[in-house]
Design a protein around this ligand. Structure first.
Ligand code: COA
Length: 256
């Protein structure tokens, strides 16, 4: 995994994309490495929250690697998009521990799409976000047409996509595209602080909540039915026994 760095802090896994000389652009190899790292983190019982960020002060990810795909034909392009969806973007969204994007600079094209597939977004004040694909004669191919509209509404999404413009972090915050904006030197601390607020809670209950929230965007699933089912299942968990016992005994819960 030569394009990423992995660190641990308590039960928080920090994954950093390390191609700063290419503004952390996502080539196939980086997509593979990142997907593998997220998949591993998601399956490790000790990991309770994941943070994804980019190395350097300039870019989170400046998009898919244009130099890699500019000569692709239709089939190759379709395959690039499908493999990206399956091995990284959908995988991140469906990871059952919360994934926080710490957006440390440009999040363009595939970079914004990566941030949008995460569950929570924190941006540094210098971050710039956009989906500039139509300026290259192509459309967002890693979920951008769907997830941007889900996060900011259809009108704003189509304006951003059709104009190919970049927006500033504060504007992204105003429209609900990012949860928090902080100065760059505070970005990782803020992301860790958010993660610490998450890891003290029940991992199994959070996983169920992620499945339910994601279900509301799946046209084949009734999200309310999913919630009813997952609510019932929580009552079979050790975490539920511990959480309710701790409340009744007036102590803090000790979840695994
Ligand atoms: N794919 C491949 N390489 C990229 C890249 C991308 N998406 N984004 C940046 N790079 C590379 C540049 O080619 C350059 O490499 P080089 O030094 O070998 O020439 C390096 O990263 C630095 O980028 P540069 O363009 O020189 O920085 P800048 O400060 O002048 O501009 C951006 C920054 C983000 C405005 C500009 O890099 C850019 O527009 N990138 C493409 C964004 C985009 O369209 N993304 C969607 C792709 S579908």
């Amino acid at each position: 995994m030569s394009n990423i760095k992995i660190e641990n802090q308590d039960s928080i896994r920090i994954i950093t994309i390390t191609r700063p000389d290419k503004l952390n652009a996502l080539n196939r190899e980086t997509i593979k490495d990142l997907g593998q790292a997220v998949s591993e983190a998601g399956s490790e019982s000790s990991v309770k929250c994941i943070i994804i960020t980019g190395e350097g002060e300039k870019a989170f990810v400046a998009g898919a690697d244009i130099s890699e795909f500019y000569q692709y034909n239709q089939e190759e392009a379709k395959n690039l998009s499908k493999v990206g969806h399956d091995t990284l973007f959908d995988l991140v969204e469906n990871t059952e521990v919360p994934v926080i994007a710490a957006i440390n600079g440009f999040a363009l094209g595939g970079g914004l799409e990566l941030a949008m597939s995460c569950h929570i977004r924190v941006a540094s004040s210098n971050a710039r976000m956009g989906l500039p694909e139509v300026s290259l004669g192509v459309i967002p191919g890693y979920g951008g047409t769907q997830r941007l509209a889900q996060l900011v509404g259809k009108g704003r999404a189509l304006e951003m996509i059709a104009s190919a413009t970049m927006i500033k972090a504060d504007d992204a915050h105003r429209m609900g595209l990012v949860n928090h904006v902080v100065e760059q030197e505070e970005l990782i601390n803020k992301s860790i602080e958010l993660a610490k607020g998450i890891i003290k809670n029940s991992k199994t209950a959070i996983a169920a909540a992620i499945r339910c929230v994601n279900a509301s965007y799946d046209k084949d699933v009734n999200g309310f039915d999913k919630e009813i089912e997952e609510f019932g299942k929580c009552f079979t968990s050790e975490d539920f026994k511990e959480g309710t016992a701790a409340f009744l005994e007036k102590r803090k819960p000790n979840f695994n």
